[in-house]
Design a protein around this ligand. Structure first.
Ligand SMILES: Nc1nc2c(ncn2[C@@H]2O[C@H](COP(=O)(O)OP(=O)(O)OP(=O)(O)O)[C@@H](O)[C@H]2O)c(=O)[nH]1
Ligand SMILES: [Mg+2]
Ligand SMILES: [Zn+2]
Length: 344
């Protein structure tokens, strides 16, 4: 008899097809430096990657389904979604923040620190991930009237639910909790101090995650979350808490995330007089006309241009990377062939 029902974490028949004899399936619930916690049917085990996978730079993230063999992670099962960013400070290194997620909550606190532009950037990445984004605006209790600010966010989060909550008064918590149905995995992403861990604790019903202490002198409190952790909620559903991130560098270079996030701009662009309109000076440009009339905020157009430039730069970097990789393989193949000729 299993002690733990993996179904509660989202295990399903499609995943079960990958299980081979002598392998133990489980889900990665926490990632530490070089070590992983994996929940199996029997135990929560602390494990790591074998040398070969380390060598191959295997990418294992919280939320991944893995197969254990002899206590080590032998396989990472195919992902249904993955939230990937360009690792901070590295030109081209993908970092998976969470895998196999259904909903990604973009968490921002209501106050002067709120930045709709940053939410736009998150939206692009999340649409790329295969998960569905939703926006959570926290600390509603701090403002007398949060609604003008909420409207500003709604204007950039087209077709995306925007939740307004307070972990202090409980406002909006039930509606938000209802989004995480049994078998569903949600992840919380956003800057440090916006109240992600506090929210998790409210859902769990006790201090599961350490929470930043309020300190007037500096905002870098003691208990900032330091690692990603997957938590099974009472009543079903899974939530992944993540450390606050200062910036979300785009990783994926496809246009899908942009089209979803900027559907308003793209709909306008489709009606420009010239099909190759650059929306900078052309006559009959519907985008510029909309900015002129006030229908489209100029900052939103700027943001669209900026993210497009970034995506193009990423596409070029990825292309170069691919070419380097191919050259390397080609050289290796050349060496192999030479070695074979020598042996003959
Ligand atoms: N007034 C108010 N304060 C809140 C609310 N939610 C969280 N806080 C406070 O905000 C501070 C930061 O909360 P955390 O939950 O640690 O924030 P976090 O997003 O997990 O931060 P990192 O782990 O650093 O990413 C704490 O002092 C909380 O008590 C809220 O709804 N209203
Ligand atoms: Mg936290
Ligand atoms: Zn145009």
């Amino acid at each position: 008899m299993p002690d733990f029902d993996l179904g509660a974490l989202g295990w399903n028949a499609a995943l079960a097809e990958h299980v081979t004899e002598h392998s133990v399936p489980g889900r990665v619930t926490a990632a530490h430096r070089g070590a992983y916690d994996v929940q199996t049917e029997h135990d929560l085990v602390r494990t790591r990657l074998p040398g070969r996978l380390l060598h191959e730079n295997a990418d294992v993230a919280v939320g991944d389904w893995v197969l254990l063999g002899d206590g080590l992670i032998r396989h990472v099962l195919p992902r249904s979604s993955a939230l990937v960013r360009n690792a901070a400070g590295r030109a081209t290194l993908a970092q998976t923040l969470a895998a196999n997620i259904d909903i990604a909550f973009i968490v921002s606190s209501l106050g002067p620190e709120l930045e709709p532009r940053r939410i736009e950037r998150y939206l692009v990445t999340i649409w790329e991930s295969g998960a569905t984004p939703e926006v959570v605006l926290t600390k509603a209790d701090r403002l007398e009237d949060p609604w003008p600010m909420v409207a500003e966010v709604e204007a950039v989060a087209l077709g995306v639910p925007v939740h307004v909550i307070s972990s202090v008064t409980g406002q909006g918590l039930d509606a938000l909790r209802a989004r995480i149905q049994p078998g569903t995995t949600a992840v919380l992403v956003g800057s440090s101090g916006v109240g992600k861990s506090t929210l998790v604790n409210r859902f769990v019903g006790h201090e599961q995650m350490a929470v930043k202490e309020v300190r007037a002198d500096d905002d870098e409190g003691q208990h900032t979350t330091s690692h990603r952790e997957l938590i099974l909620l009472p009543g079903g559903g899974v939530i992944i808490d993540t450390p606050g991130i200062r910036e979300l560098q785009l990783w994926d270079a496809s246009e899908d995330g942009m089209s979803e996030t900027f559907s308003d701009v793209e709909a306008l662009a489709a009606t420009c007089k010239f099909s190759d309109c650059t929306h900078t000076r052309e006559p009959g440009c519907a985008v510029l006309a909309a900015v002129e009339s006030g229908e489209l905020p100029a900052e939103r157009l700027q943001s669209w241009f900026k993210l497009q430039r970034e995506l193009r730069a990423i596409a070029i970097r990825h292309d170069n990377l691919l070419r380097k990789e191919e050259t390397r393989k080609w050289k290796l193949r050349g060496k192999d062939a030479k070695a074979r000729t020598r042996r003959r």
